[in-house]
Write a protein that binds this ligand. Structure first.
Ligand SMILES: Cc1cc2nc3c(=O)[nH]c(=O)nc-3n(C[C@H](O)[C@H](O)[C@H](O)COP(=O)(O)OP(=O)(O)OC[C@H]3O[C@@H](n4cnc5c(N)ncnc54)[C@H](O)[C@@H]3O)c2cc1C
Length: 292
């Protein structure tokens, strides 16, 4: 199928893009980034914007930078550039791990981190990591700039805190504790597919005690969710199998798993249980230096 007719605008700067968003704020304008989600939706007529604002010339939004207190990633940074960036591999290994599961090489060459999170697919891997790591989203309009936490950014399936005249410009992630270990794993039908269930875990373990656990689950609700029940049980607890099993069971009991076409609630529950256990143990072992 072909998309419905639309006007095409191609600003050269962020200021120009914000002006165009402001001008079209009452219409149904859409930003075009990598086009890897928006263009298929337009082709299927699930999205019919009357105006497309193509931000691909805004090179000022394509960067990965080390700041005093965080790693900042520009919204227009391509997936592959984020995944391979030395700062991401050094400080945000959880994000690099998750990216191994995002789509395929050619899609990652074009798709952007900003487009991925603005699209807010509940099965997407990147929001799971950004939720686990308490990322901050910098959002600009012609009139104001605001910072939104991951918890407040993702509101539901294909729904975020972004308003019609707003552009996501940057994502900030505080540098994790250098002693932290990370693990990301998912269950999907085929490699590169969206996740049926995914789990991101970052754990700081020290001489057999879990000091801190930051965990998020994807695919089981309308957005990525923090595993706060498990996190609370794990913090300060001894790093033994029974602690992890108890924390995971309590977390699983706190989630309402629903049947979906081709995937039963029972399947998703047991997949989530297995991934939570494995990832918490792997992240803790990496923190202790007993696993690569
Ligand atoms: C075959 C296939 C498999 C895929 N598999 C996966 C997968 O396994 N996991 C996964 O996570 N993703 C997957 N994707 C999606 C891919 O990650 C997309 O690149 C991503 O979801 C959208 O990024 P984009 O830059 O292409 O955004 P676009 O498609 O250009 O835009 C997506 C949405 O975000 C909005 N938007 C874009 N940038 C901004 C911005 N800076 N500010 C505000 N709004 C903005 C657009 O208006 C649009 O609504 C897959 C895609 C395909 C085609």
């Amino acid at each position: 199928m072909k998309p419905a007719p639309f006007d095409y605008l191609r600003p050269a700067t962020k200021v120009e893009a914000l002006q165009l968003l402001d001008t079209h704020r009452d219409g149904d304008a859409k930003i075009l980034a990598g086009g890897q989600s928006l263009v298929p939706m337009m082709n299927f007529r699930m999205a019919q914007p009357s105006v497309l604002i193509d931000i691909n010339r805004l090179s000022e939004l394509a960067f990965v930078e080390e700041r005093t207190d965080c790693i900042a990633i520009g919204a227009l940074t391509r997936h592959n550039d984020v995944m391979r960036h030395p700062l991401v591999r050094k400080h945000l290994s959880l994000l690099a791990m998750a990216y191994e599961n995002v789509a395929h090489h050619t899609i990652r060459n074009r798709g952007t981190i900003g487009g991925n999170v603005a699209h807010a697919d509940a099965a997407s891997e990147v929001p799971v990591v950004l939720t686990a790591l308490d990322a901050e989203f910098v959002i600009e309009s012609k009139k104001a700039t605001r910072n939104v936490s991951a918890e407040d950014f993702f509101l539901g399936v294909f729904t975020t805190a972004l308003e019609a005249d707003e552009l996501l410009v940057e994502i900030r992630v505080a540098r994790p504790d250098p002693r932290a270990g990370s693990a990301f794993e998912e269950v999907s039908l085929r490699k590169g597919d969206f996740a049926i269930v995914s789990v991101a875990a970052e754990v700081v373990a020290n001489e057999g005690t879990i000091e801190l656990a930051r965990i998020a689950i994807g695919g089981v609700a309308d957005r990525a969710e923090r595993a706060s029940t498990a996190e609370a049980i794990l913090a300060g607890a001894p790093l033994v199998g029974k602690t992890v099993q108890d924390a995971v069971s309590a977390q699983i009991d706190a989630i309402e798993f629903l049947d979906a076409p081709g995937i039963s609630a029972d399947y998703r529950r047991e997949a989530a249980r297995a991934l939570l256990e494995r990832n918490i143990i792997a992240a803790a072992a990496r923190s202790e230096g007993t696993q690569a």
